[in-house]
Write a protein that binds this ligand. Structure first.
Ligand code: WQD
Length: 346
């Protein structure tokens, strides 16, 4: 019998790519989303890519405890991957109550529903943001977490701790995996799903593609006076399809009873640092487009350099990032061009 995976926030950027990989790996999935930060574009894309018109979609808010319980009662959920959360760092500084309420309550409701059902395998979508400005790079899973620089980052840390505590208290009924993502970028090679930021993008790659397509005038590179080889920040950009495949490995590991501990942590990155300038140059070269950019002051809250040591995920989960930065940036550009063809330059 097929196992069923609930994908909370499954209509968003990461959730839609994970949905594709789960279906292609033979899982049944249930997508649940309140569409607070996305529309139906990616969910439709998932159906098209997989050729599956029957994927259950539940339009619901995980902050609603009874709706969450009803969802767990309706489907035979073997594992849940929890993406449903707000994710804009700057907005979280302006609206901390909204962020803590949404991100914590939705996860608590998922855990309560899982407990009430007698247990579940829970995969939480965490972030390298929990490492703050690390004292040493690359970071391993043992690298100490630092105080969060934003309420958004703090919700990731708090949800990590909540899951650890629930697993500990559950006597084996709840198992957990925390995946700490570095910088997910790119799009599915079909160009049918990708990132759909609302308004002005906060993240680098959507800003680059929107500038290249003419939606934005100029990319600001935040800071060229960092203590790095070219003065711009270093990050670990991970292809979204590679990242999605890590979730399939993690879910299989939980369901196949392969976990070494009841709650495990994995870094999901490439181990390859790239500077902002290197990324911009690679984008221009691989796509044959010229990007209008200028150097601007540093952005508050940015760390100088962070990249993953992905050895634990490579060795213990059998997962490895495989896509080159060129492939990834080609896919990001193809997605932006697809959006332009479909919707024009709105
Ligand atoms: C990358 C680099 C910027 C935009 C954040 C979150 C993290 C995760 C991913 C969120 C930095 C520079 C950016 C621009 C620029 N989760 N930059 N001009 O800040 O590493 O990580 O997003 O959903 O938790 O903290 O990613 O893409 O914003 O920035 O120069 O217009 O690009 O300064 O060095 P970041 P990013």
């Amino acid at each position: 019998m097929k196992n069923t995976v609930l994908v909370s926030g499954g209509a968003g950027f990461i959730g839609s790519h994970v949905s594709v990989e789960l279906i292609e790996a033979g899982f049944d999935i249930v997508v649940a989303d309140n569409f607070s930060n996305c529309d139906l574009t990616c969910f439709k894309g998932v159906k098209k890519i997989t050729g599956r018109d029957d994927i259950p979609l539940e339009v619901m808010d995980f902050c609603d405890a009874s709706a969450t319980k009803a969802l767990f009662a309706k489907y035979p959920i073997d594992a849940v991957i929890h993406f449903a959360a707000f994710k804009a760092v700057g907005e979280s500084v302006q609206e901390p109550v909204m962020y803590y309420k949404n991100n914590l309550l939705s996860f608590l409701n998922v855990l309560e529903a899982a407990q009430d059902k007698g247990g579940c395998n829970v995969l939480f979508s965490s972030s390298a943001t929990v490492y703050g400005e690390p004292d040493k790079v690359p970071v391993t899973e043992e690298t100490p977490r630092k105080p969060a620089a934003s309420p958004y980052g703090n919700t990731k840390k708090m949800c990590e701790d909540i899951l650890q505590d629930c697993v500990k208290a559950s006597n084996g009924a709840i198992k957990g995996i925390l995946l700490r993502y570095f910088n997910p970028i790119g799009a599915h090679p079909s160009a049918l799903i990708g990132e759909l930021p609302r308004g002005v993008p906060n993240n680098l790659v959507p800003f680059i593609t929107q500038t290249a397509v003419g939606k934005r005038e100029c990319l600001n590179i935040f800071g060229n006076d960092y203590p790095t080889p070219d003065g711009t920040c270093l990050r670990d950009y991970i292809d979204i399809v590679d990242l999605a495949k890590a979730h399939v490995c993690a879910v299989k590991r939980m369901l196949d009873g392969k976990m070494a501990q009841p709650c495990e942590v994995f870094n999901i990155g490439t181990g390859r640092p790239l500077s902002v300038l290197e990324l911009v140059n690679a984008f221009e070269k691989v796509n044959g487009v010229k990007l209008n950019y200028r150097f601007a002051p540093r952005r508050e809250g940015d760390v100088t350099a962070i990249w993953a040591d992905p050895a634990k995920a490579n060795e213990q989960m059998g997962w490895k990032a495989t896509r080159s930065i060129e492939e990834t940036l080609k896919a990001a550009w193809a997605w932006e061009c697809h959006l332009k063809t479909t919707y024009g330059n709105e």
